[in-house]
Ligand binder design. Structure first.
Ligand SMILES: *[C@@H]1O[C@H](CO)[C@@H](O)[C@H](O)[C@H]1NC(C)=O
Ligand SMILES: *[C@@H]1O[C@H](CO)[C@@H](O)[C@H](O)[C@H]1NC(C)=O
Ligand SMILES: *[C@@H]1O[C@H](CO)[C@@H](O)[C@H](O)[C@H]1NC(C)=O
Ligand SMILES: *[C@@H]1O[C@H](CO)[C@@H](O)[C@H](O)[C@H]1NC(C)=O
Ligand SMILES: *[C@@H]1O[C@H](CO)[C@@H](O)[C@H](O)[C@H]1NC(C)=O
Ligand SMILES: *[C@@H]1O[C@H](CO)[C@@H](O)[C@H](O)[C@H]1NC(C)=O
Ligand SMILES: *[C@@H]1O[C@H](CO)[C@@H](O)[C@H](O)[C@H]1NC(C)=O
Ligand SMILES: *[C@@H]1O[C@H](CO)[C@@H](O)[C@H](O)[C@H]1NC(C)=O
Ligand SMILES: *[C@@H]1O[C@H](CO)[C@@H](O)[C@H](O)[C@H]1NC(C)=O
Ligand SMILES: *[C@@H]1O[C@H](CO)[C@@H](O)[C@H](O)[C@H]1NC(C)=O
Ligand SMILES: *[C@@H]1O[C@H](CO)[C@@H](O)[C@H](O)[C@H]1NC(C)=O
Ligand SMILES: *[C@@H]1O[C@H](CO)[C@@H](O)[C@H](O)[C@H]1NC(C)=O
Length: 734
């Protein structure tokens, strides 16, 4: 719309008619002269055309305007148009117009006729013509503001109109075409209301040209098409956040550099990045940038970040990211928090901050949860009492952080960038509790007089307080109950400990618990281990050898005597040596001693679990003992497995892996050792054949029974009696 002064026209027939100061002054003319003066001018598709006159709605019927379309092929650099308005017998001429529009004055009551002539090409004058009743020349539109948003092959259009027009325009229509197309898609699409319209079924990778016009009605008699809006292709991709990196600065500030990329970056006209505090505290600041990089000076708080790519067609899907709180232990300030009941706390600081700042913000949160915040004004004390809306929970670790703000009251943030720094941070429990779970996965690495214990820490949330350390309870007096335990305190940073000065060949039970200032937490299930036996001394080896040699000689002598006699006298008449008193005696001895040996054997194997149960054998008969042992061994194992899980296998595997050629002091065949799962029961079977196998001679029996069943308490003498085949197994490695 043109309200500008046009160059003054030529004064041909000179009455100056000052009608309206902002209008060009027309020259009255005689209407009869028009046809003679411009008789040679023609209407042409290529020449000046589409003359139309109107008054915009709401402009009180005074700001009339005529517009036209210029000739297609510009011959001369400057067009000069002549516009003549006829009303009844009056005639006004606007000459030497350089543009394609002209404001005019009109009488509302009379029909009008308008002519425009283009004489810029002396050889061919073109003209255009318009006629109308001024009352019906009210024009609405084009829209004052249009907003486009493309998504999922649609184009949402939001058009708004000048205030005067708004109440008269009920609907509008939209025509569109792709940029390569010559013609508009038919028919135009009508809007849902005077604001919103949706075009569907578009090709999201094409640009479109769009025009808008209102739908004419009694008030808006003219609804011209708006200019053509070019709508670029849809932004289908999400920006990809490539980097969010912290660069800690001095005084509790950090520089955060955010970098992202966008697949179809050539379609993007800019990015909109919003940043707000994760606590929800206002404001959320929007940064518009054409680069895919943003540098922000932030405090150590957590922030939420969104990035959207923009073009005139709208916005891309939004990428989101949380900038985590900077967990910087070396903040320059020291903070104290004390609780006044569960709905209030006092935060105090060491430095005289109020000299520099009067605006603060305190944030507090439980790990992984949204922070709560309170900003406050403080210029008198170096502390502040904070009242809470929600009570603090006990046994939960809270982090409290104090931020300082450079701006004065109100202490709310005005901007995100560069307007807050973090003074200090402290962790606290409103109430501490004792740990509700125990250290896990206890593993042992056993030697003769010491053990290295390792364990995994209690999960942080189960500590329910600040972990002060671990207590290691251990005992070798398994029958005595807990009183005989030794307790050792291990500091919180360790997850291993070496117990020293242990007795050799002894089973120990160990349990671990974590503790806080509220006390000791639950104990782990018991783990058992057995220390290695003592190594052989030189003297015992010699003593054993002497005894062994003596016995061997005795056996050889007696054996030869017995054989001679037996062949002559006893052989036929001995029905079953197994029933003889002597053998039964040996048998009994065998059972008991075997058991002892088996126990030892198992001790060597590190299968300590079975051992404890065997401990209770004194009152039992040998055979039932064996069975009950087998049962309870099984039972025990199951129990253990259930309660402890991995620990059992850890211990068993550990001691075996560590000592593959475990020092054997008994003659139990190798295969017994390898029958691992229920060692005792296997042994029980093994022992019976020992007693009843040999049906032929007492001597054979004796020879078989002897090495294995000789009652003896020293391992050294036993080993010296071993048959050759098994000695390699039995060699002491010490
Ligand atoms: C038309 O206007 C231009 C510039 O304003 C001027 O130079 C020219 O002389 C005028 N022509 C006539 C015919 O008045
Ligand atoms: C109008 O017509 C009269 C008589 O025909 C003539 O004298 C006069 O010059 C013409 N004026 C114009 C502007 O052509
Ligand atoms: C204006 O023109 C219309 C037809 O275009 C006619 O009906 C009407 O009577 C005319 N008004 C006057 C005042 O001449
Ligand atoms: C543009 O629109 C025209 C007419 O609707 C169609 O023939 C043409 O294929 C379209 N161009 C593209 C690139 O889709
Ligand atoms: C959209 O236009 C692109 C480019 O002209 C074309 O390759 C693609 O096939 C079109 N997609 C549809 C669904 O028409
Ligand atoms: C960023 O762009 C959006 C949309 O173009 C605009 O509304 C907002 O005011 C702009 N913000 C700034 C800070 O320039
Ligand atoms: C934020 O502030 C820092 C420090 O003043 C400045 O370097 C950076 O350009 C700012 N970032 C934006 C997006 O304004
Ligand atoms: C907070 O303290 C009050 C009084 O000491 C108590 O009644 C209430 O149960 C507590 N609330 C919580 C959630 O612990
Ligand atoms: C914070 O607490 C510690 C230990 O309780 C104390 O030594 C220190 O003085 C306190 N500082 C303030 C500012 O209250
Ligand atoms: C114990 O160890 C196993 C396997 O190494 C592991 O899966 C389990 O999570 C550990 N338990 C604890 C409490 O660390
Ligand atoms: C070890 O701790 C247990 C349980 O806390 C306790 O009953 C026992 O008396 C303590 N033993 C010693 C020697 O402190
Ligand atoms: C092994 O233990 C036994 C009995 O407990 C003890 O007499 C012996 O001295 C210990 N040997 C070593 C080397 O500690």
């Amino acid at each position: 719309m043109h309200f500008l002064h046009k160059p003054l026209p030529y004064f041909i027939f000179g009455v100056l008619f000052e009608y309206f100061t902002t209008l060009s002054s027309p020259v009255t003319c005689r209407c009869k002269n028009i046809s003679s003066r411009y008789g040679h001018c023609v209407t042409s598709q290529d020449g000046v055309r589409e003359l139309v006159c109107f008054v915009p709605l709401g402009l009180s019927m005074i700001a009339w305007e005529c517009v036209w379309t210029p000739r297609k092929h510009t011959v001369y650099q400057t067009h000069r148009y002549t516009l003549i308005i006829e009303q009844k017998n009056s005639c006004k001429m606007y000459a030497n117009i350089s543009g394609t529009s002209q404001t005019i004055s009109l009488s509302k009551k009379l029909n009008m006729t308008a002519h425009v002539f283009d004489e810029s090409d002396p050889k061919s004058c073109t003209k255009s013509f318009f006629r109308g009743s001024p009352k019906k020349l009210v024009r609405c539109g084009p829209p004052s503001n249009v907003h486009f948003n493309r998504h999922s092959r649609q184009l949402d259009i939001q058009a708004s109109w000048r205030k005067e027009e708004n109440k008269y325009i009920a609907l509008y229509s939209v025509r569109y075409k792709n940029l390569t197309s010559e013609s508009w898609k038919e028919p135009p699409v009508q809007s849902k209301d005077n604001n919103r319209c949706t075009l569907g079924n578009l090709n999201s990778s094409l640009s479109y040209a769009v025009q808008i016009q209102c739908v004419a009605n009694y008030k808006c008699t003219q609804c011209p098409w708006s200019k053509s809006f070019t709508v670029p292709p849809e932004l289908n991709d999400k920006p990809v956040i490539e980097m969010v990196e912290d660069f800690p600065q001095t005084k509790g500030s950090r520089l955060v550099i955010i970098k992202w990329k966008f697949a179809a970056s050539e379609l993007v006209e800019g990015y909109s990045v919003t940043v707000g505090k994760a606590s929800g505290e206002d404001p959320i600041e929007t940064f518009n940038t054409s680069r895919s990089l943003l540098r922000l000076a932030l405090s150590h708080s957590a922030y939420h970040l969104t990035i959207t790519a923009l073009n005139r067609a709208g916005t891309s899907p939004t990428a989101q990211r949380t900038i985590p709180p900077l967990d910087d232990k070396v903040l320059y300030g020291k903070l104290n928090v004390t609780f006044n009941g569960n709905t209030s706390f006092t935060v105090s600081w060491v430095d005289d901050l109020i000299k520099t700042y009067s605006c603060f913000s305190v944030e507090w949160w439980r790990r992984g949860e949204k922070a709560a915040y309170k900003s406050f004004y403080e210029d008198e004390n170096n502390y502040e009492v904070i009242q809470l809306n929600e009570p603090l929970e006990q046994y939960k670790r809270y982090t409290f952080t104090l931020h300082t703000r450079p701006d004065k009251e109100p202490c709310n943030l005005k901007f995100i960038n560069n307007s807050e720094s973090t003074y200090g941070s402290v962790q606290a429990f409103f109430t501490e509790g004792s740990p509700i779970s125990a250290p896990g996965n206890i593993s042992t690495n056993v030697s003769q007089s010491s053990v290295v214990l390792k364990w995994t820490a209690v999960p942080e949330e189960d500590n329910r307080g600040f972990l002060l350390g671990y207590v290691l309870h251990y005992t070798d007096r398994l029958q005595d109950g807990t009183d005989a335990e030794t307790n050792i305190t291990v500091d919180a940073a360790s997850t291993s400990y070496e117990l020293v000065d242990l007795k050799n060949s002894t089973v120990y039970r160990v349990q671990l618990s974590a503790f806080t200032s509220a006390g000791m937490g639950v104990r782990s299930s018991a783990a058992y281990f057995e220390t290695k036996p003592a190594s052989l001394t030189v003297s015992s080896v010699i003593a054993g050898a002497i005894v062994g040699v003596t016995l061997l000689l005795l056996v050889v002598y007696l054996g030869s005597q017995l054989l001679k006699r037996a062949k002559k006298l006893l052989w036929p008449s001995i029905p079953n040596p197994g029933n003889s008193n002597a053998i039964q005696k040996i048998d009994g001895v065998c059972d008991l001693e075997l058991l002892e040996l088996i126990n030892r054997q198992k001790e060597e194997e590190g299968d300590s679990n079975s051992l404890h149960v065997v401990d209770g054998r004194e009152e039992m008969s040998p055979v039932s003992n064996l069975h009950s042992n087998a049962d309870s061994c099984l039972h025990f194992n199951t129990d253990y497995e259930e309660s402890q899980g991995p620990s059992l296998s850890t211990i068993a595997t550990d001691s075996r892996a560590q000592d593959p050629t475990s020092d054997t002091i008994t003659s139990i065949p190798t295969d017994i050792r390898q029958t691992d799962p229920v060692l005792i029961s296997t042994v029980a079977h093994q022992c019976q054949p020992l007693a009843f196998l040999s049906d032929y001679t007492t001597m054979e029996l004796f020879q078989q029974a002897m090495p294995q069943c000789v009652p003896d308490t020293t391992s050294s003498s036993l080993s010296s009696l071993e048959p050759q085949g098994q000695s390699s197994q039995s060699e002491d490695t010490y």
